[in-house]
Design a protein around this ligand. Structure first.
Ligand code: PCA
Length: 210
Protein backbone atom coordinates (compact mmCIF):
# COMPACT_ATOMS: atom_id res chain seq x y z
CA UNK A 1 0.00 0.00 0.00
CA UNK A 2 0.86 3.65 -0.24
CA UNK A 3 0.51 5.69 2.95
CA UNK A 4 -0.32 9.27 2.02
CA UNK A 5 -0.48 11.80 4.83
CA UNK A 6 -1.58 15.43 5.12
CA UNK A 7 -1.61 17.92 8.02
CA UNK A 8 -4.36 19.76 9.85
CA UNK A 9 -4.54 23.58 9.43
CA UNK A 10 -1.91 25.54 11.35
CA UNK A 11 -0.65 29.05 11.94
CA UNK A 12 -4.11 30.63 11.82
CA UNK A 13 -5.12 29.10 8.48
CA UNK A 14 -8.55 27.49 8.32
CA UNK A 15 -7.61 24.95 5.67
CA UNK A 16 -4.65 22.80 4.72
CA UNK A 17 -4.49 21.63 1.09
CA UNK A 18 -2.14 18.79 2.01
CA UNK A 19 -4.96 17.01 3.83
CA UNK A 20 -7.44 17.73 1.04
CA UNK A 21 -5.11 16.15 -1.51
CA UNK A 22 -4.53 13.08 0.67
CA UNK A 23 -8.28 12.65 1.15
CA UNK A 24 -8.94 13.03 -2.58
CA UNK A 25 -6.55 10.17 -3.39
CA UNK A 26 -7.74 7.80 -0.64
CA UNK A 27 -8.63 4.41 -2.14
CA UNK A 28 -6.95 4.99 -5.52
CA UNK A 29 -4.92 2.13 -6.98
CA UNK A 30 -1.48 3.23 -8.13
CA UNK A 31 0.93 0.70 -9.61
CA UNK A 32 -0.72 -2.16 -7.72
CA UNK A 33 -0.77 -0.27 -4.42
CA UNK A 34 -3.88 0.99 -2.66
CA UNK A 35 -3.65 4.53 -1.27
CA UNK A 36 -4.48 4.95 2.42
CA UNK A 37 -4.82 8.55 3.61
CA UNK A 38 -4.11 9.71 7.17
CA UNK A 39 -3.97 13.09 8.88
CA UNK A 40 -1.02 14.11 11.04
CA UNK A 41 -1.29 16.87 13.66
CA UNK A 42 0.89 19.94 13.03
CA UNK A 43 2.66 19.26 16.31
CA UNK A 44 6.31 18.46 16.94
CA UNK A 45 6.65 14.97 18.39
CA UNK A 46 2.99 13.89 18.11
CA UNK A 47 3.09 14.08 14.29
CA UNK A 48 6.04 11.74 14.18
CA UNK A 49 4.63 9.37 16.79
CA UNK A 50 1.44 9.00 14.76
CA UNK A 51 3.37 8.51 11.52
CA UNK A 52 5.64 5.90 13.10
CA UNK A 53 2.59 4.05 14.41
CA UNK A 54 1.01 4.00 10.94
CA UNK A 55 4.22 2.93 9.20
CA UNK A 56 4.81 0.08 11.64
CA UNK A 57 1.17 -1.02 11.35
CA UNK A 58 0.91 -0.99 7.55
CA UNK A 59 4.53 -1.51 6.44
CA UNK A 60 3.70 0.35 3.22
CA UNK A 61 5.72 0.16 0.00
CA UNK A 62 5.69 3.95 -0.18
CA UNK A 63 5.13 6.65 2.41
CA UNK A 64 4.51 10.10 0.99
CA UNK A 65 3.87 12.90 3.46
CA UNK A 66 2.30 16.09 2.14
CA UNK A 67 2.45 19.55 3.69
CA UNK A 68 1.44 23.10 2.87
CA UNK A 69 4.17 25.57 1.93
CA UNK A 70 2.58 29.02 1.67
CA UNK A 71 4.54 31.27 -0.67
CA UNK A 72 5.67 28.51 -3.01
CA UNK A 73 4.11 28.51 -6.47
CA UNK A 74 4.79 24.91 -7.51
CA UNK A 75 4.48 21.43 -6.11
CA UNK A 76 7.87 20.91 -4.42
CA UNK A 77 9.39 17.49 -4.13
CA UNK A 78 11.68 17.56 -1.13
CA UNK A 79 15.12 16.05 -1.57
CA UNK A 80 16.40 16.15 2.02
CA UNK A 81 15.36 16.14 5.67
CA UNK A 82 17.70 17.75 8.21
CA UNK A 83 18.12 17.05 11.93
CA UNK A 84 16.86 20.37 13.25
CA UNK A 85 13.68 21.82 14.74
CA UNK A 86 13.69 25.63 14.56
CA UNK A 87 10.17 27.02 14.60
CA UNK A 88 9.26 30.55 13.50
CA UNK A 89 5.71 30.09 14.86
CA UNK A 90 4.25 27.81 17.54
CA UNK A 91 2.89 24.43 16.46
CA UNK A 92 -0.74 23.48 17.12
CA UNK A 93 0.13 22.47 20.69
CA UNK A 94 1.91 25.78 21.40
CA UNK A 95 5.45 24.41 21.23
CA UNK A 96 8.13 26.44 19.47
CA UNK A 97 11.45 24.59 19.62
CA UNK A 98 14.54 26.56 18.63
CA UNK A 99 17.72 24.88 17.41
CA UNK A 100 16.96 21.47 18.84
CA UNK A 101 17.59 18.11 17.18
CA UNK A 102 14.77 15.98 15.77
CA UNK A 103 16.75 12.93 16.88
CA UNK A 104 19.53 13.69 19.37
CA UNK A 105 22.77 12.16 18.07
CA UNK A 106 21.12 11.28 14.76
CA UNK A 107 22.90 11.99 11.49
CA UNK A 108 22.76 15.56 10.16
CA UNK A 109 20.46 14.68 7.28
CA UNK A 110 18.81 12.00 5.18
CA UNK A 111 18.00 12.02 1.49
CA UNK A 112 14.47 11.12 0.43
CA UNK A 113 14.30 7.50 -0.67
CA UNK A 114 11.72 8.34 -3.33
CA UNK A 115 12.89 9.01 -6.91
CA UNK A 116 12.60 12.78 -6.86
CA UNK A 117 13.69 13.39 -10.45
CA UNK A 118 11.36 10.77 -11.88
CA UNK A 119 8.53 12.30 -9.88
CA UNK A 120 9.47 15.80 -11.05
CA UNK A 121 9.39 14.68 -14.66
CA UNK A 122 6.01 12.95 -14.26
CA UNK A 123 4.34 15.90 -12.53
CA UNK A 124 5.66 18.37 -15.09
CA UNK A 125 4.62 16.07 -17.91
CA UNK A 126 1.08 16.26 -16.53
CA UNK A 127 1.27 20.05 -16.96
CA UNK A 128 1.39 20.84 -13.24
CA UNK A 129 4.09 23.27 -12.00
CA UNK A 130 6.70 21.32 -10.06
CA UNK A 131 10.24 21.66 -8.74
CA UNK A 132 12.73 19.79 -6.62
CA UNK A 133 13.22 21.58 -3.30
CA UNK A 134 16.49 21.41 -1.37
CA UNK A 135 14.89 22.24 1.98
CA UNK A 136 11.64 21.33 3.68
CA UNK A 137 12.26 24.17 6.17
CA UNK A 138 12.79 23.64 9.90
CA UNK A 139 9.17 23.39 11.10
CA UNK A 140 6.92 20.33 11.51
CA UNK A 141 7.19 19.19 7.87
CA UNK A 142 10.97 18.81 7.98
CA UNK A 143 10.60 17.20 11.42
CA UNK A 144 8.29 14.58 9.90
CA UNK A 145 10.48 14.01 6.84
CA UNK A 146 13.65 13.58 8.89
CA UNK A 147 11.89 11.39 11.46
CA UNK A 148 10.35 9.20 8.74
CA UNK A 149 13.68 8.66 6.99
CA UNK A 150 15.38 7.94 10.32
CA UNK A 151 12.71 5.37 11.16
CA UNK A 152 13.09 3.66 7.78
CA UNK A 153 16.88 3.65 8.08
CA UNK A 154 16.83 2.14 11.56
CA UNK A 155 14.46 -0.81 11.12
CA UNK A 156 15.29 -3.74 8.88
CA UNK A 157 11.58 -4.72 8.84
CA UNK A 158 11.03 -1.47 6.93
CA UNK A 159 13.90 -2.00 4.47
CA UNK A 160 11.47 -2.19 1.54
CA UNK A 161 9.54 0.94 2.51
CA UNK A 162 10.51 4.11 0.65
CA UNK A 163 9.62 7.51 1.99
CA UNK A 164 9.58 11.16 1.07
CA UNK A 165 7.82 14.49 1.30
CA UNK A 166 6.00 16.84 -1.06
CA UNK A 167 5.01 20.43 -0.27
CA UNK A 168 1.98 21.93 -2.00
CA UNK A 169 1.16 25.65 -2.42
CA UNK A 170 -1.81 27.47 -0.95
CA UNK A 171 -5.29 26.97 -2.35
CA UNK A 172 -6.70 30.03 -4.19
CA UNK A 173 -8.75 31.05 -1.13
CA UNK A 174 -5.64 31.15 1.08
CA UNK A 175 -3.48 33.62 -0.84
CA UNK A 176 -1.07 34.04 -3.71
CA UNK A 177 0.80 32.21 -5.19
CA UNK A 178 -1.66 29.34 -5.29
CA UNK A 179 -2.66 26.23 -7.18
CA UNK A 180 -6.11 24.74 -7.80
CA UNK A 181 -6.90 21.65 -5.74
CA UNK A 182 -7.53 19.56 -8.87
CA UNK A 183 -4.02 20.39 -10.15
CA UNK A 184 -2.45 19.46 -6.82
CA UNK A 185 -4.36 16.16 -6.81
CA UNK A 186 -3.35 15.39 -10.39
CA UNK A 187 0.27 16.30 -9.71
CA UNK A 188 0.55 14.15 -6.59
CA UNK A 189 -1.24 11.29 -8.37
CA UNK A 190 1.24 11.38 -11.26
CA UNK A 191 4.16 11.72 -8.87
CA UNK A 192 3.03 8.64 -6.97
CA UNK A 193 2.78 6.65 -10.22
CA UNK A 194 6.35 7.62 -11.01
CA UNK A 195 7.47 6.65 -7.51
CA UNK A 196 5.68 3.30 -7.76
CA UNK A 197 7.12 2.46 -11.19
CA UNK A 198 10.66 3.77 -10.74
CA UNK A 199 13.40 1.92 -8.92
CA UNK A 200 16.62 3.87 -8.48
CA UNK A 201 16.21 7.50 -9.40
CA UNK A 202 16.66 8.66 -12.97
CA UNK A 203 19.03 11.47 -13.87
CA UNK A 204 17.84 14.40 -15.88
CA UNK A 205 20.16 16.90 -17.53
CA UNK A 206 22.62 18.37 -15.04
CA UNK A 207 20.98 20.45 -12.34
CA UNK A 208 17.47 20.07 -13.74
CA UNK A 209 15.38 20.80 -10.68
CA UNK A 210 12.65 22.90 -12.28
N1 PCA B 1 3.18 22.71 6.63
C1 PCA B 1 4.08 23.00 7.71
C2 PCA B 1 3.69 22.05 8.81
C3 PCA B 1 2.32 21.57 8.44
C4 PCA B 1 2.15 21.93 7.04
O1 PCA B 1 1.19 21.60 6.31
C5 PCA B 1 5.56 22.95 7.31
O2 PCA B 1 5.87 23.22 6.13
O3 PCA B 1 6.40 22.67 8.15
Amino acid sequence: MILLTGFDPFGGDSDNPSWRVAQALEGQRIGGHIVVAAQLPTVFGASLAELARLVRLHQPAIVLCLGQAGGRAAISIERIGINIDDARIPDNAGAQPVDTAVVPAGPAAYFSSLPVKAMLRAVKHAGVPCEVSQTAGTFVCNHVLYGLLHLLAQHSALALTRGGFVHVPWLPAQGTPHLALRDMVRGVYEGLWAAALTGPDIRLAAGATH
